[in-house]
Design a protein around this ligand. Structure first.
Ligand code: RIB
Ligand code: CA
Length: 313
């Protein structure tokens, strides 16, 4: 099986960190061409720092990491330190990165890579606000038909919002960017809160990470110990939802997920419902389907895969 060429676009974030670790631990399935960082959970300087911390934690300092857009297209930046802590990677004590940040801007890397790779050979995996992806699509519309698929974490329907009553954080931060991506015509697979809120790091699951006895296992357990506070307080859930790793797990084991190919539009006008993903789950409109919107996950299978892969690092 030829590894799938991907670019991870990310705003680390503890859950982004686990997604990056899962990708780096799966070279038979994933050829990580680069990591592009975007402002989201924390400002860009910290997301670009955190991505490199995670690559060095994984023992992969040769991974190419790029800094991208430092603010949304049309709004001021909204961050989530209340969830991820001041650094965005609170929990474990990890050394400052020594690996370099690439000089090229993340958007230029996205465009250049998609123009030079053979058409349909690269998958984009956004794990944060869609600012970098939308900027690349706007600056170079010719890349859209060259993208194999965009598999992203974002949005919510039955689960409603986590940053407002109507919107999930990644879409809320940059709804104009999300609208560009959802209207791009690129094949989309969406991991919304409807799925990720079923991927909860319960006590036993976090103990399984810790029991790996490795730096990675300990760091992931400590990230989760920190990251779960928000969801326990807000939802009373039994653990932190591992949002972003669902994207990478889908690439490795798509059978763990199920959903519907439906129309999803993004609210960009109303302040009340800004960033809402208006998912036509019941197909009550004649709007054309544009996204595989996931609704369910085999959680035990997901955690079994994740724990087994983290053990490799
Ligand atoms: O709403 C959850 C999403 O927002 C995750 O990607 C998390 O990392 C934050 O970016
Ligand atoms: Ca994220």
């Amino acid at each position: 099986m030829t590894p799938r060429k991907i670019i991870i676009d990310t705003d680390p974030g503890q859950d982004d960190a686990v997604a990056i670790l899962l990708a780096l631990a799966s070279p038979d399935e994933i050829d990580l061409l680069g990591i592009t960082c975007v402002a989201g959970n924390v400002p860009l300087d910290l997301t670009a720092r955190n991505a490199r911390i995670v690559c060095e934690l994984a023992g992969r300092p040769g991974t190419r990491v790029y800094a991208g857009c430092d603010r949304p297209l049309a709004h001021s930046l909204v961050t989530a330190e209340h969830v991820h802590g001041k650094t965005g990677l609170d929990g474990p004590v990890l050394p400052e990165p020594t690996m370099p940040l690439q000089d090229m801007h993340a958007v230029d890397f996205l465009i250049d890579t998609l123009r030079t790779a053979s058409a349909g050979s690269v998958t984009l995996c956004p794990l944060g606000p869609l600012t970098n992806i939308a900027t690349a699509l706007t600056r170079a519309p010719d890349i859209a038909p060259r993208i194999d698929e965009i598999v992203l974490m974002g949005g919510a329907y039955f689960e409603v919002g986590n940053i407002t009553p109507a919107a999930e954080f990644n879409i809320y931060v940059d709804p104009e960017a999300a609208q560009i991506v959802f209207r791009s015509g690129v094949p989309l697979t969406v991991m919304p809160l409807d799925v990720t809120h079923k991927a909860l790091v319960t006590g036993p699951r976090n103990e399984a990470f810790r029991a790996l006895g490795s730096r990675v296992g300990r760091a992931v357990a400590e990230m989760t110990d920190f990251f779960e506070r928000f969801d326990l307080e807000k939802y009373g859930s039994e653990g932190a939802p591992l949002h972003d790793p669902c994207v990478i797990a889908y690439l490795i084991a798509p059978h763990l997920f199920s959903g519907r190919h439906i129309n999803v539009e993004i609210e960009t006008v109303s302040a009340l419902t800004r960033g809402m993903t208006v998912a036509d789950w019941w197909r009550v409109t004649d709007r054309a389907p544009n996204a595989m919107f996931m609704g369910d996950i085999h959680a035990d299978g997901f955690f079994q895969l994740l724990t087994e892969r983290l053990a490799r690092l």
